[in-house]
Ligand binder design. Structure first.
Ligand code: NAD
Length: 257
């Protein structure tokens, strides 16, 4: 039986066919999940077009994670139309362009606020909205996406590294808070993948080359591989795992040099 049959998931972070959140949508839909795909304003057309490629047509809804009203409305619709939510994928991150090109000491107060709000606080807001719907279904699983730049310094990753450190701490505090309600919260720390968000990081192709040369598996990861790992963590196969950051990076993080 498909791992996700009878399960419903709400996915934040699909912008186009390269989005990691889209790979997770495909991986969970292929295993039987019914989905709500949300979009940030300008990506509506892309997301609607992609949604037509899934075997079971998902509900497509707006959800800008800086708006509590849009978050509440998306979960209310998911509740009405699908009778609750079993899993949530948080694949949203953003930093102002200047913050990813200027020296780190030039990080602005506003740039810091925006990066932390969109990329880290939003996980708390989504978890708060999802928890009652998950509880109705006996529990649930929440997954976010992070990067090794939370612990190590990568050129130009700057304030996004700080946001990812906050995001990973948020995973642990949420896991502790929601665990008694049988709601799990985890992160996948993905190796670098050429996506729209990655294109904003200066010198990203150098990062890809370094991973290819030094990762134990001597290659980069593919979005579909993040999708498979996500399906594991979101499904009952991962039901004893919470508060974890799973490295899916061809082993790069273990390399000393
Ligand atoms: P992407 O550009 O396809 O996805 C980023 C998403 O964030 C977009 O869908 C965008 O609409 C969404 N977003 C930004 N601001 C938002 C807002 N206010 N409200 C709602 N959504 C908003 O790029 P991606 O690489 O697939 O990024 C997905 C996640 O994976 C991000 O958290 C990113 O940091 C993380 N990640 C990416 C890589 C990589 O190399 N690509 C590696 C590790 C982690």
């Amino acid at each position: 039986m498909a791992e996700f049959s009878g399960k419903t998931g709400l996915i934040v972070g699909v912008a186009n066919k390269r989005s990691i959140a889209w790979a997770i949508a495909q991986a969970t839909a292929a295993r039987g999940a019914r989905l709500v795909l949300t979009y940030q304003g300008r990506f509506e057309d892309h997301v609607r077009e992609l949604s037509e490629g899934l075997a079971e047509r998902p509900l497509v809804l707006p959800c800008d994670v800086t708006s509590d009203a849009e978050i509440d409305a998306a979960f209310a619709r998911a509740d009405q139309e699908l009778g609750g939510v079993d899993f949530v994928v948080h694949g949203a991150a953003f930093a102002l362009r200047d913050e990813l090109t200027s020296p780190f000491t030039q990080t602005t107060r506003e740039g810091f606020r925006v990066a932390l709000d969109v990329s880290a606080y939003s996980l708390i807001a989504l978890a708060r909205a999802a928890a009652p719907l998950m509880e109705k279904r006996g529990g649930g699983s929440i997954l976010t996406l992070t990067y090794l730049g939370s612990e190590r310094v990568f050129p130009n990753y700057n304030v996004m590294g700080v946001a990812k450190a906050a995001l990973e701490a948020t995973v642990r505090y949420l896991a502790a808070d929601l665990g008694p309600r049988n709601i799990r919260v985890n992160a996948i720390s993905a190796g670098p993948i050429k996506t729209l968000a990655a294109a904003g990081i200066g010198g990203f192709s150098t990062i890809l080359n370094v991973y290819r040369d030094r990762a134990p598996l001597r290659r980069n990861v593919e979005a579909a591989e993040i999708g498979d790992a996500a399906a594991f963590l979101l499904s009952d196969a991962g039901k004893a795992i919470t508060g974890e950051v799973l490295m899916v990076d061809a082993g790069y993080h273990i390399a000393g040099m």
